[in-house]
Design a protein around this ligand. Structure first.
Ligand code: GLC
Length: 485
């Protein structure tokens, strides 16, 4: 909600001087030690599973524009860009359809917790520029349009369920009248390829506004755990596009323990190889973010030594569409989670609530089935690390150090017809073995490996987990493989 312009001008000057202050602190900042970094990353590395929420004005449009279906697949949070509407036409159509019901966020939070997620990242502002909080520097926000602070409502609901809080924030902005969309050939904009309707633009003024809104988000809602930026291109990124170093320092100043992704940048040092969403590089300089973000894609062999999080949709769109029925099966989703954990990554799985904040029934059911599986098998995912042995033909492996011993969780995706599986190359003494879903099982060392009985029908057709407790740290025969697919 914007206040009178004198106040706005004062706010603007204040922000300007704060920016200078932050900039000065950045240059003096010491690099973080690896011990401090590990401590900061600990909860997130253990979490393994989070919920993503894409929700904003586009949600009410639901993939339809002026009575026409815009598409049956792809991101409908991009609908403004797909139909090439300027921000006024878009807002006129979308605002009346965005009607958050009371307590919508409690449903999201309960669903996330029951699914086994430890954190939720939600869109505070997407590319359309509509801010879900009550912003002093904009009228294109929930405060001005709905007299509500939806960010506050969501944060309160997440905290009530004991979930960590992540803010997605788009640095791309299709609303602001100074956003310099002609400065990039690669970033999307509904008016791309056309002259600025208002003559010339001063992108620096948009960047001031971006910093001011981020300052609001960073100072009003208590502790924030993740800032999930979106996104940059090879031809427009980092300090040039967003004063990124300073933006990150601004957030860290208020939240020293926060984690941020790498999307204020698009360079190899920041973990990017190309513009493709699977175009990640096997490196990440921590100055550019804490983790890399493969999108709709699980890296083949994980990314040893680098923190990563695969974000993924349940159908093919992030924002709600009434026309996208390509739902992934719960088998696929559970197996993705297991695959990602076995490679040392996190899974950020998206819901796209409707214009009133309701979660589509298909998404509720998908998350509930993951929750049912997690209820039995949670310990084989949370606080585990990547498999140090190559992917076996029968499934995946996750690992946990337990005192001096090591527990291997054997995720049997293909329950064997011959009544046993083998773990090749592992020669540790077996201390114990049990099925997480119950039922008899035994394990014996044999011919440079371990043979585990799997009698009867599969306890869980999606993934039956066997916990194998081994003496000491993992010792394996060199022929047994390495961190693998
Ligand atoms: C992309 C899309 C966006 C979505 C995001 C999620 O960058 O532009 O719509 O929010 O990825 O990863």
């Amino acid at each position: 909600m914007r206040r009178p312009s004198v106040l706005f001008a004062c706010g603007f000057l204040l922000v300007l001087s704060l920016c200078r202050g932050v900039a000065a602190e950045v240059s003096a900042a010491e690099p973080e030690s690896s011990v401090a970094r590990d401590a900061r990353m600990k909860w997130w590395r253990e979490a393994r599973f989070g919920m993503f929420v894409h929700w904003g004005l586009y949600s009410g449009l639901a993939g339809t524009w002026q009575g026409q279906v815009v598409g049956t697949s792809g991101g409908m949070e991009w609908i403004q860009e797909r139909v090439k509407a300027d921000t006024d036409r878009y807002a006129r159509a979308a605002l009346p359809l965005f009607k958050p019901k009371p307590d919508f966020a409690r449903e999201w939070a309960r669903l996330a917790r029951e699914a086994g997620c430890s954190y939720v990242v939600f869109t505070t502002k997407h590319h359309d520029g509509f801010a879900l909080h009550d912003s002093k520097v904009s009228e294109f926000d929930a405060g001005s349009q709905l007299q509500r602070d939806l960010v506050q409502e969501i944060v309160t609901a997440l905290r009530a369920e004991g979930l960590r809080v992540g803010f997605y924030h788009s640095v791309i902005d299709w609303h602001h009248d100074q956003y310099g969309y002609r400065l990039s050939q690669q970033l999307p904009h509904p008016l791309k390829g056309t002259p600025y309707p208002n003559g010339s633009r001063q992108h620096g003024r948009y960047v001031e506004y971006l910093h001011a809104q981020v300052e609001e988000l960073a100072t009003r809602y208590g502790p924030i755990d993740v800032l999930w930026w979106d996104y940059s291109s090879q031809d427009f990124q980092g300090d040039e596009a967003w004063r990124a170093t300073e933006l990150m320092a601004r957030v860290r100043k208020h939240h020293p323990g926060i984690l941020m992704n790498n999307r204020l940048y698009r360079t190899p040092e920041a973990g990017w190889k190309s513009m493709g969403t699977d175009g990640f590089a096997n490196m990440l300089d921590p100055r550019f973010g804490d983790f890399i973000t493969p999108e709709q894609h699980i890296p083949d062999t994980g990314i040893p030594g680098i923190d990563w999080e695969t974000c993924m949709t349940l159908n093919t769109t992030w924002g709600y569409s009434a026309h996208d029925q390509a739902w992934k099966s719960s088998e696929t989703l559970i197996r993705n989670l297991v695959d990602i954990a076995s490679k040392g990554g996190n899974y950020l799985l998206n819901i796209g609530p409707t214009g009133d904040g309701s979660v589509p029934q298909e998404s509720v059911e998908a998350l509930q089935s993951i929750g049912a599986w997690m209820k039995v098998n949670r310990q084989s995912i949370v606080a585990t690390t990547a498999s140090p042995v190559a992917k076996p033909a029968w499934g995946r492996i996750t690992v946990q150090e337990a005192g001096k011993d090591t527990t291997l969780y054997l995720h049997v995706l293909e329950w064997p017809a011959n009544g046993h599986i083998r773990l090749e190359g592992v020669t540790n003494v077996v201390r114990g073995v049990r099925r997480l879903a119950g039922g008899p099982v035994d394990a014996v060392s044999q011919n440079g490996g371990i043979r585990i009985s799997c009698s009867g029908p599969a306890p869980d057709p999606v993934d039956s987990v066997i916990a194998l407790q081994l003496a000491g740290p993992l010792f394996r025969n060199p022929a047994g493989g390495q961190t693998g697919k």
